[in-house]
Design a protein around this ligand. Sequence first.
Ligand code: MG
Ligand code: ZN
Length: 221
Amino acid sequence: MTQKIPVVEKILSANDRLALENRARFDAAGVFAINIMASPGAGKTSLIEQTVRALQGKLRVGMINGDIATSFDADRAAAAGAVAVQINTGGDCHLDAVMLQSAIAQMDLTSLDLVIIENVGNLICPADFKLGAHKNVLVASIPEGDDKPYKYPGMYRGVEAVVINKIDLLPYVSFRMDFFQDGIEALNPGVVQFALSCRTGEGLQAWMDWLVSQVAGAKRF
Ligand code: MG
Ligand code: ZN
């Protein structure tokens, strides 16, 4: 955390400070947290459902769902076996650290290993609001088109993993995977990527293996 002291002290925004507090809460409880961002309909909730099901009996999973008005997604995660907390943002198009703080206050973090945060479906401002998660994950999907890294660079730059969902639709839409991945690579060189289909299950194992290894790595401390 303290490699070097900058000449001019960075003034953290109120949000960033709270995000650090949230992170400290997770760390103190031995919880690994991921923040999942995507456009609406990319398959965040489907990925979370599949993930929660696959982890049953292995990791204790909590889920925080940010939605503008409904609790459908939190209900789906709860049905899949997660401890779910719903944040209705009241129209706001992103989660922020304050909302996350109130959500984790409703959870017994010490009884969990992994908290999955489903951000509001939006490719713009969620990237600007740190929450305190250990990893930020972007879910892209084939039907959205292969130009998204070029149109939403801020989102692609700020994540530690990219999931490319709905690869089962590749035969039916024009989507140049190499063009798409070149765009990602230019913005975020070496970022880990998973091409998968939540519908067919293809490619899910690599995502699960990565996630479990991330949680295990965090638990060593
Ligand atoms: Mg959803
Ligand atoms: Zn927003």
